[in-house]
Design a protein around this ligand. Structure first.
Ligand code: GDP
Length: 228
């Protein structure tokens, strides 16, 4: 090996070590944020009940059964969120939780029940459009997609709405334990290609499994970067 290459190698090693320590720091920031107290703030059925946005906010959306409650439980390490969001009467609400008074988590009602009629879809769209419009503190929407199923037509409609509202969103694949690595990679590549044509989509796709604990630390780190 030439001296020059050695030097380049050392510089590359240094850069890799710096990147490693930076990502370890992000993971630690995420861990600390999500170790904070998670307090239920309010549930909103209509726009006038949506609390004033005083904290940076991240919303979680996805079709019913996508694994949203399980993911929120895994992220926060508590059952509070899912318990509140599943209380009868609250499942169609937008539920707000303050994480250590540093980040507001907004749990959006699940969409796309097979039996959902036009009326229900319209009601969901109205509430979400009202929420998205001018929600200044909203930093990102995590759009959950079942890794086994890939995006549905309804998921794509939701992406269209987010693109139109110019609200930054990030795809979070759920239930990654249910699909083989090869199929997961293909889905990821296909989705990454699709996201290039979507102006408000974050390019990085998160892969998670609430059951296996996969991607949880990374998603916490990603969200911690948005917190106060
Ligand atoms: P929600 O309706 O979006 O809140 O979804 P839930 O969290 O209630 O999950 C829906 C179903 O998917 C339940 O039967 C869960 O046990 C299952 N599920 C959730 N997360 C995972 C996961 O990471 N892996 C697998 N294999 N199943 C999951």
């Amino acid at each position: 090996m030439t001296g020059r290459r050695k030097k380049g190698g050392a510089a590359a090693d240094g850069a890799a070590a710096a990147a490693d320590s930076e990502s370890a720091q992000h993971i630690e920031d995420g861990r600390r944020l999500f170790a904070q107290d998670c307090r239920f703030v309010t549930g909103a059925l209509s726009l006038d009940a949506i609390p004033e946005g005083t904290l940076p906010e991240v919303a979680f959306a996805g079709r019913s059964n996508v694994g949203k409650s399980s993911l929120l439980n895994a992220l926060t390490g508590r059952r509070t969120l899912a318990r509140v969001s599943r209380t009868p009467g609250r499942t169609r609400q937008l539920n707000f939780f303050s994480l250590g008074e540093r980040l507001m988590l907004a749990d959006l009602p699940g969409y796309g029940y097979a039996e959902a009629g036009k009326r229900e879809v319209a009601a969901w769209n109205r509430l979400i459009d009202a929420y998205l419009k001018g929600r200044a503190p909203l930093r990102r929407v995590c759009l959950l997609i079942d890794a086994r199923l890939g995006p549905t037509a309804r998921d794509r409609q939701v992406m269209d709405r987010l693109d139109t509202a110019a609200v930054s969103y990030q795809i979070v694949l759920t239930k990654a334990d249910k699909i083989k690595e090869g199929a997961l990679e293909r889905l990821r590549a296909r989705l990454a290609q699709e996201l290039k044509t979507r102006p408000a989509a974050h390019p990085e796709i998160m892969v998670t499994s609430a059951w296996a604990g996969r991607g949880i630390a990374e998603l916490r780190a990603e969200l911690a970067a948005l917190a106060r």
